[in-house]
Write a protein that binds this ligand. Structure first.
Ligand code: DX5
Ligand code: ZN
Length: 229
């Protein structure tokens, strides 16, 4: 994997956090080594769940200096991209499955000053982005079907991450691969070795009893060890 930067980044997903205490939860994860905060936006149409929108992103912008990584699981992302970037999103990722004009959408995200990511559901082939592989700032490979935290990692995601890394390499693009769903101490080393560099984790960081700081630190240490090894 010559094209990898070798720098793993931990992206805690607040979906599993205590929503009455988000500022403190994010601060704890940050002390544990979080590099960016992953925010899951769901509309009840693209995925069977509802979560947060622009006002929450705007509030969290004041609660952290870390980059905000906004994952849009909505049917019509084009309508909301500008609002999320105005609210403070630094990375915006959109699902391939809902966008017939994906090149236009990622161009727009970049033009508005954010990093543009494309997301693939588990059933979406790597080749779905072959024509725009040179244009993306990052790729998010879903390792569960989006909609809920706490699901079991889909093992085939490992081949998918490796295949995506090969596609990006062929396009001469060093863009990192982010992985989302079921990332914990039992799966993190395998996804890093397969080529993932940005690691989203919800339950593994906020779901346990030991606190987000300790959990984030343990996960990050495991990821760094895997990246070196
Ligand atoms: C699922 C979301 C994830 C979710 C991951 O649709 O995109 O970001 O929070 O949760 P865990 O890490 O618990 O699988
Ligand atoms: Zn997500």
């Amino acid at each position: 994997m010559t094209s990898r930067s070798g720098q793993v980044r931990l992206a805690p997903s607040i979906l599993a956090a205590d929503f009455s205490n988000l500022g403190a939860e994010i601060a704890a994860a940050t002390r544990g080594g979080a590099d960016q905060i992953h925010l899951d936006v769901m509309d009840g149409h693209f995925v069977p769940n509802l979560t947060i929108g622009v006002p929450v992103v705007k509030s969290l912008r004041k609660a952290t200096t870390l980059p905000l990584d906004v994952h849009l699981m909505i049917t019509d992302p084009d309508r909301y991209i500008e609002a999320f970037i105005d609210a403070g999103a630094n990375m915006v990722s959109v699902h391939v499955e809902v966008l017939p004009h994906l090149h236009r959408t990622i161009t727009q995200i970049k033009k508005l000053g954010a990093k543009a990511g494309v997301v693939l559901n588990p059933s979406t082939p790597v080749a779905a982005i072959s024509e725009i592989a040179a244009d993306v700032d990052f790729v998010l490979v879903m390792s569960v079907n989006p909609g809920f935290g706490g699901q079991v990692f889909i093992p085939h995601s490992l081949e998918k991450i490796a295949g995506m890394r090969a596609l990006l390499d062929r396009a001469g693009n060093r863009a990192p691969i982010e992985v989302d769903g079921g990332i914990d101490l039992t799966t993190v080393a395998r996804v890093v070795k397969a080529g993932a560099e940005w690691l989203v984790a919800g339950n593994a960081i906020f779901g346990g009893g030991g606190g987000a700081e300790k959990a984030a630190a343990a996960l990050k240490a495991a990821a760094i060890a895997a990246a070196k090894g």
